[in-house]
Design a binder for this molecule. Structure first.
Ligand code: HEM
Ligand SMILES: [Ca+2]
Ligand SMILES: [Ca+2]
Length: 298
């Protein structure tokens, strides 16, 4: 078995329509939904591959979302709801892993980004979620450029695709708690002026609870998938350490400049990076299962 572009042609031809409608109505209800779904896909694929492991609820084992690296993960239930409507139309046919990939790619296009053609045929994990693997596989909030290039090259991405996939931060928010080490650890300030702006929004004396509620936007247009992230990053206004690092290295800066200038170039590189992200390390054929309900095995 391998992934293919017409995997559900015979078994669930309505699939792409149903997912798109589901993401669309969830996004009308809450316009921050696309950001959540896109990050959800990354965090699924990063831990044990794109196998919907992140959707499993805690039972005998803690769920992956118990990992502090999954702080801020939201909207897992949207995938479950879409899967429930699919079960009405093509019961037992479509994996939760594929629904999540389709939901994330629809999140991108419904926010104004590229329409990405994705191969399908992933299976869902059959084991319990692995919180310790989540701790060790997900990148730390203050990851640097070297480790990031390595992380995405393992998925077959070029440096250009790596810069492009980080353009996912054109959507959504970052909580103050995720910025602690960047703002208040000595030596982590890359652009002192912008870091001071962030410090005003996320003060050091903000309590633990408050810093988990307060947030800053990732770019100036956090519900639009556009190239604003690169424009802003090029001006030294990248929110996370990795965002800020991209224009400072000669390997990555040319791509930041290119994407800030040409959103179509960003969309092209993002699309191929997205396919690599969502196709790496997947379960095929009888390596996995099709869960009826995404949050549990039975
Ligand atoms: C080196 C790699 C990456 C690091 C260190 C990183 C880190 C983070 C952090 C710390 C946040 C804020 C979480 C919060 O405080 O709520 C965030 C948000 C986000 N990330 Fe990343 N990220 C990386 C790569 C990616 C990739 C590859 C994607 C998708 C393809 C992605 C999509 C997003 C999105 C959409 C948000 C906003 C989520 C929301 O608004 O709920 N990130 N990221
Ligand atoms: Ca996974
Ligand atoms: Ca944006």
């Amino acid at each position: 078995g391998r992934l293919s572009y017409d995997f559900y042609k015979g078994t669930c031809p309505q699939l792409e329509n149903i997912v798109r409608k589901g993401v669309h109505s969830a996004s009308l209800f809450d316009p921050t939904t696309p950001a959540a779904l896109l990050r959800l896909l990354f965090h699924d694929c990063q831990v044990q591959g794109c196998d919907a492991s992140i959707l499993l609820d805690a039972r005998t084992e803690p769920s992956e979302t118990a990992s502090s690296k999954n702080f801020g993960i939201r909207k897992r239930n949207i995938v479950d709801l879409i899967k429930a409507s699919l079960e009405q139309v093509c019961p037992g046919q479509v994996s939760c892993a594929d629904v999540l990939v389709l939901a994330a790619r629809d999140a991108v296009s419904l926010s104004g980004g590229p329409i990405i053609n994705v191969p399908l045929g992933r299976k869902d994990s059959r084991g319990p979620p692995n919180v310790r693997l989540a701790d060790s596989s997900l990148p730390p909030n203050d990851i640097g450029l070297e480790a990031t290039i390595k992380l995405f090259s393992k998925k077959g991405m070029t440096v250009e695709e790596t810069v492009a996939i980080l353009g996912a931060h054109t959507l959504g928010i970052t909580h103050c708690s995720s910025l602690r080490s960047r703002l208040y650890k000595p030596g982590n300030a890359i652009n002192a002026g912008f870091v001071n702006t962030l410090k005003l929004k996320c003060p050091a004396n903000q309590g633990n609870t408050t810093s988990k509620i307060k947030f800053v936007v990732n770019d100036l247009t956090p519900i639009q998938f556009d190239n604003e992230y690169f424009v802003k990053t090029l001006q030294g206004r990248g929110v996370l350490k990795i965002d800020a690092a991209l224009p400072l290295d000669s390997r990555t800066r040319p791509f930041v400049e290119k994407f800030a200038r040409d959103h179509n170039a960003f969309y092209r590189a993002f699309s191929s990076a997205f396919v690599k992200l969502s196709s790496s390390n997947v379960l095929l054929g009888n390596q996995g299962v099709i869960r009826r309900s995404c949050n549990r095995f039975d």
